[in-house]
Design a protein around this ligand. Structure first.
Ligand code: SAM
Length: 217
């Protein structure tokens, strides 16, 4: 049985050994990754692996992403604390908690009801009151709450769903893995005054984004 101090140490090691050497340098992101208790977002049998450098299963054939990828995607949003963020793919709620630490309000959509129930309970227990969750096809975005300063998609799309571009605020950033079912490129799209600016962040391998503007189930 690991004690609270062991998890705190494991988080510190994760930040120092996995994140900082690979270019995660935003102090807010490093602090949030050092604070959010990632082990609580996986089943107890996996707590010993919660701060390791790989994704873990969360049930329903879905995964919680590798810590480095969570940090990289969050850093790419360049958050200042004032933003309204849309997340697609709540999953365990871990990335949602990291975003809630660093922005004003997080709207997160998940298509699997059981994952939303579990995430909602845990995020409430951890006092993340600036988060709203819903069960929906996230490829349609959340038009009633648009525009968003940042949109982060934690499942892989065959192409960029048009609603995300429509729902992005001017100067807003969209971070999304795009490619085939097995390998993708993690992209950052910025909605600049002269149009969309696209940057490649890295190669990635995510579970599929299923829905009207994504893959078929
Ligand atoms: N961010 C999550 C975390 O921290 O645990 C990991 C998310 S997991 C890699 C991707 C999630 O996207 C899965 O839970 C999956 O059910 C969800 N998903 C796939 N297609 C979706 C869609 N159209 N709308 C909402 N969620 C979707």
């Amino acid at each position: 049985m690991m004690a609270v101090q062991d998890f705190t140490k494991a988080r510190e090691r994760m930040v120092k050994e996995q994140l900082m050497p690979r270019g995660i340098c935003d102090p807010g992101v490093l602090a949030a990754m050092g604070k959010v208790p990632r082990h609580l977002f996986v089943e107890e049998a996996l707590w010993g692996d919660a701060y390791s450098d790989y994704p873990l299963p969360i049930g329903e054939r879905q995964t919680i992403s590798q810590p480095y990828i969570v940090a990289l995607m969050t850093q790419a949003l360049e958050l200042t604390g004032k933003e309204k963020i849309l997340e697609i793919g709540t999953g365990s709620g871990y990335q949602t908690a990291v975003l809630a630490e660093l922005s004003a309000k997080v709207f997160s959509i998940e298509r699997i009801p059981a994952l939303v129930s579990r995430a909602r309970k845990l995020l409430d227990q951890l006092h993340y009151h600036n988060v709203q969750l819903k069960v929906f096809d996230g490829t349609l975005g959340w038009p009633e709450e648009a525009p968003f300063d940042g949109i982060i998609v934690t499942a892989a799309a065959p192409k960029i769903p048009a609603p995300y571009i429509q729902q992005l605020a001017p100067q807003g950033r969209l971070v999304i893995p795009v490619g085939d079912r097995y390998s993708q490129t993690l992209l950052r799209i910025t909605k600049g005054p002269e149009g969309l600016v696209e940057e490649d962040l890295c190669g990635a391998r995510f579970v599929s984004l299923i829905g009207e503007h994504g893959w078929e189930d």
